[in-house]
Design a protein around this ligand. Structure first.
Ligand code: PEP
Length: 261
């Protein structure tokens, strides 16, 4: 059975001091949740101190983005080597806010994915349809297009492809309080898993975690994560407070135990 991954995306929130306090608050309380991987993706300025603080615990630290380039005159960018040096285990790419506010194309996201797969940093590739796409029955076409373009020149033999994580984040659910129903989530997740089977292999499709993201909170996580193809969550707003984040981790861990028995 795939382990669950509960990932917090802090976006441009919390000071370094607040971030450190968050980690201190959850660190000692999560030791019993071995069936759940815990990830925090803070702003770049927090990576060094939070990585140090997380050492020896089961909290991983990840980045919210990465450059397509290795080094050089790319003002404002951060490289895979720099992230590795700071012990980043994961990196989010293709978040809808990057697509929307920074005009990131599927082609650019493909380059980032290729770059990350050449390292030991696990890419969390975000895909998701807008409200207009859903209302015009384009959801599956959009997801297929985003994934197919992201996978351009990537196949089952690509080094480290087994590290890939996908996050299904319907744009209409991000930060809106409108969560996808468990049925809507499962429907798209199983579509994604089938695409992974066709594009990669049955084995990889069974192995790759597919997270749901979009207005996840302690009240809705249980029903979402009970779905067969939902392997965790990428969480924005509800990852900013340690008690809310902990409560989501706790519920996920309980669902995991129940589904094994
Ligand atoms: C996100 O931005 O990845 C996200 C899922 O945000 P929220 O949980 O706030 O909807």
């Amino acid at each position: 059975m795939r382990k669950y991954l509960i990932a917090g995306n802090w976006k441009m929130n919390l000071t370094v001091q607040e971030g450190k306090q968050f980690l201190i608050d959850i660190k000692d309380q999560i030791n019993s949740f071995h069936n759940v991987e815990i990830l925090v993706c803070p702003p770049y300025t927090h990576l060094d101190s939070l990585s140090r603080l997380a050492q020896g615990s089961n909290i991983c630290i990840g980045s919210q983005d990465v450059s397509t380039e290795s080094n050089g005159a790319y003002t404002g960018e951060i490289s895979t080597d720099m992230l590795s040096e700071l012990n980043c285990k994961y990196c989010i790419i293709g978040h809808s806010e990057r697509r929307q506010y920074h005009q990131e194309s599927d082609q650019l996201i493909n380059k980032k994915l290729t770059k990350l797969l050449a390292t030991n940093i696990s890419p969390i590739l975000c895909v998701g349809e807008s409200l207009a796409d859903r209302e015009s029955d384009q959801t599956f076409d959009v997801i297929k297009r985003q994934l197919t373009n992201a996978f351009n020149s990537i196949n089952k033999d690509t080094v480290n492809i087994q590290n890939l994580v996908i996050a299904y984040e319907p744009v209409w659910a991000i930060g809106t309080g409108k969560v996808a129903t468990p049925f809507q989530g499962q429907e798209v997740h199983s579509f994604i898993r089938n695409l992974l089977k066709e594009t990669l292999s049955d084995e990889l499709a069974d192995h790759i975690q597919i997270l749901y993201g979009g207005s996840v909170n302690p009240a809705n996580i249980e029903d979402l994560i009970k779905q067969e193809d939902i392997d965790g969550a990428l969480i924005g707003g509800s990852s900013l407070k340690s008690d809310t984040f902990l409560s989501i981790i706790k519920s996920s861990s309980q669902v995991y135990e129940l589904s094994k028995s």
